[in-house]
Design a protein around this ligand. Structure first.
Ligand code: DX5
Ligand code: ZN
Length: 220
């Protein structure tokens, strides 16, 4: 049986002056995860939010926090993200210095671990690591900003990773992030995605639209 597609609204597209209320609104509207884009102005050319904000948002929802780290270094910050309430931490192998070590630290802290592949990152990076992962995130934009255009040329990568996951027999989620909207969501789903990150497309039109936006992204 096909599992239900999960929708992970990226709160980067929320109204930051109302972040708690926005988080409650997407929870009520049927989101599956809260996707938190953490950017440091160094690994990517933008600065967003850190563990203190996540800690306070933890009071606003029981949904899993899907924390996407676009920072370098990663390791010194892992404990504080876990303490703040992260349920899944995803990072980029380019952040260095040792991907396997970072995976081990996250697992030891008792939460799920994901690895994120930039459009230019080859899937070979997964070969020695796939068995340790709970989630693989395929970026369909160059990370750094919300509201960019979905890169169709990543669909083939999603298809290949779907096959790798199925072959592994492991329970690994395949998440797609960047430029997801009502046109591109069906493409990502048919390529094999389980989880769709959607910032702009979820928050478009304000709170009265969140439930219909989420259900349209999920079901087409
Ligand atoms: C990009 C972030 C994405 C982004 C998604 O660096 O990782 O999560 O906020 O935003 P939309 O859905 O607007 O492309
Ligand atoms: Zn993201």
């Amino acid at each position: 049986m096909e599992e239900k597609i999960k929708i992970a609204p990226s709160i980067l597209a929320a109204d930051f002056s109302q972040l708690g209320i926005e988080t409650q609104a997407i929870t009520k509207a049927g989101a599956d995860y809260v996707h938190v884009d953490v950017m440091d102005g160094h690994f990517v050319p933008n600065i967003t939010i850190g563990p203190e904000v996540i800690k306070d948002l933890r009071k606003c929802t029981e949904l899993p926090f899907d924390v996407h780290l676009m920072i370098a270094p990663v390791d010194p910050f892992l404990e504080s993200f876990v303490k703040s309430g992260a349920d899944i931490i995803t990072f980029h192998p380019e952040a260095g210095p040792n991907t396997q070590k970072t995976i081990n630290i996250i697992k030891k802290l008792g939460i799920k671990v994901g690895l994120s592949l930039n459009p230019s990152t080859s899937i070979e990076v997964l070969d020695p690591l796939i068995d340790c992962l709970d989630l693989i995130l395929v970026m369909t934009v160059v990370p750094g900003f919300g509201g960019q255009t979905f890169l169709d040329n990543q669909l083939i990568k999603i298809e290949k990773i779907r096959k790798l996951i199925d072959k592994s027999g492991k329970n690994i989620e395949l998440e797609v992030d960047g430029g997801i909207n009502f046109d591109t969501a069906p493409k990502a789903i048919s390529a094999g995605a389980d989880v769709l990150v959607a910032g702009t497309a979820t928050f478009n039109g304000g709170p009265q639209n969140y439930a219909s936006n989420i259900s349209k992204l999920r079901n087409g």
